[in-house]
Design a binder for this molecule. Structure first.
Ligand code: G3P
Ligand code: MG
Length: 348
């Protein structure tokens, strides 16, 4: 695979950031090239060094620790939470601003994101299932399942002013969630209160802030065609809200390709480099982002000054025409990506 041996005294000159869905996994299945690619980075390479890497996904829904345990079992290499970033990890930097204020957290199954939110420091995190348990009339078209019922936390939402709404992960019940987001923002955070004109004015008081953690319209699971992601949910919400009020609702977007998420990832990668090699060498390592989605992995990495390697094992399908954003290089899969990048660095 490699046609020369090099003896490195210091840290390797490169590092990687790997997307997960469509690069390492397809739904629950490990993409065959993934394990071999990680084996190379774990030391089986001409530099005979561990090449630092992080996992940077727009996925989420459980704690970093829990997801890393699962990934470690799936991939066969130890994935440490300090080298792992999911869509909502960046909210760790926001939580203290809302620590004591009631917030809504959305997405995932059975309110699991509440536990994640509490671990980040949100002390009053509620789910839309809690709201439905409080008053089933808030959305008469869904009855809580036994496991949903078990996950709820009781509260009186007529006295609980929601200060902000965080969409952590892909919502499971779009209709319920869109209804409750609209209820909260049209009534100054008090779900069920009569909306007053002041509540709908952008400059009006007490309008809950709205955060989305993943802008992907599409993502690649184990179905043959890409599936709707959290970005499609955001579009659906804004379409309903705009038809109600005549304008879109201002929101904060995190996740790839946002600058905030790539800046956050740069620091995590620097820390990983330092953990493996002590101080980072004078010259910052050359970072290669390996992704399957031009709209989040390629455009984000290019803007971050990284090299972008676009694989054909996920959302991007060359039969559908050229990618919307030009990668540094296009490859078949993650293994070809890793070998191509290492060759390139050895030549340079
Ligand atoms: O919900 C996850 C999906 O939007 C994409 O995940 O790993 O390809 O960034 P990933
Ligand atoms: Mg992907």
């Amino acid at each position: 695979m490699f046609n020369q041996e090099i003896d490195y005294v210091d840290a390797p000159p490169l590092a990687f950031a790997f997307d997960i869905d469509g690069v390492l996994l397809r739904g629950p299945h490990v993409i065959p090239a993934a394990r071999r690619a990680l084996a190379i980075l774990e030391g089986d390479n001409p530099m005979r060094k561990k090449i630092p890497y992080i996992l940077l996904t727009n996925g989420g829904g459980s704690s970093e620790e829990a997801r890393c345990q699962k990934l470690t079992a799936q991939l066969g290499f130890n994935i440490h939470p300090l080298q792992f970033i999911q869509s909502h990890t960046i909210l760790k930097t926001v939580a203290q601003d809302y620590a004591d204020r009631p917030v809504l957290v959305l997405g995932g199954r059975n309110g699991e994101v509440r536990k994640v939110a509490e671990e980040y420091g949100f002390k009053n995190a509620y789910t839309t299932l809690d709201v439905l348990a409080w008053n089933p009339a808030v959305w008469p078209f869904h009855t809580l399942t036994p496991s949903e019922q078990q996950s709820v936390k009781s509260a009186d939402f007529s006295r609980t002013p929601i200060a902000a709404i965080f969409v952590f992960h892909d919502p499971r019940n779009w209709a319920l969630d869109i209804q409750i987001i609209c209820d909260a923002i049209q009534s100054g955070g008090i779900i069920g209160a009569t909306p007053t004109v002041q509540h709908v004015r952008p400059s009006g008081p007490r309008r809950p802030e709205l955060f989305f953690c993943n802008g992907d319209m599409l993502w690649k699971s184990d179905f043959q065609r890409p599936r709707f992601g959290q970005g499609a949910f955001r579009v659906a919400f804004q379409a309903v809200y705009e038809s109600l009020t005549g304008s879109k609702y201002p929101c904060v977007q995190y996740g790839k390709p946002t600058e905030a998420t790539y800046m956050f990832a740069k620091q995590v990668l620097r820390d990983r480099f330092r953990d493996l090699y002590g101080r980072v060498s004078v010259k910052e390592p050359h970072v290669y982002m390996v992704g399957d989605n031009p709209e989040s992995d390629v455009i984000g990495a290019n803007a971050a000054g990284w090299s972008s390697l676009l694989v054909r094992t996920g959302v991007y399908d060359p039969r559908q025409g050229p990618p919307a954003h030009v990668p540094t290089h296009e490859v078949e899969d993650v293994l070809e990506a890793v070998t191509w990048a290492i060759e390139r660095e050895m030549q340079s």
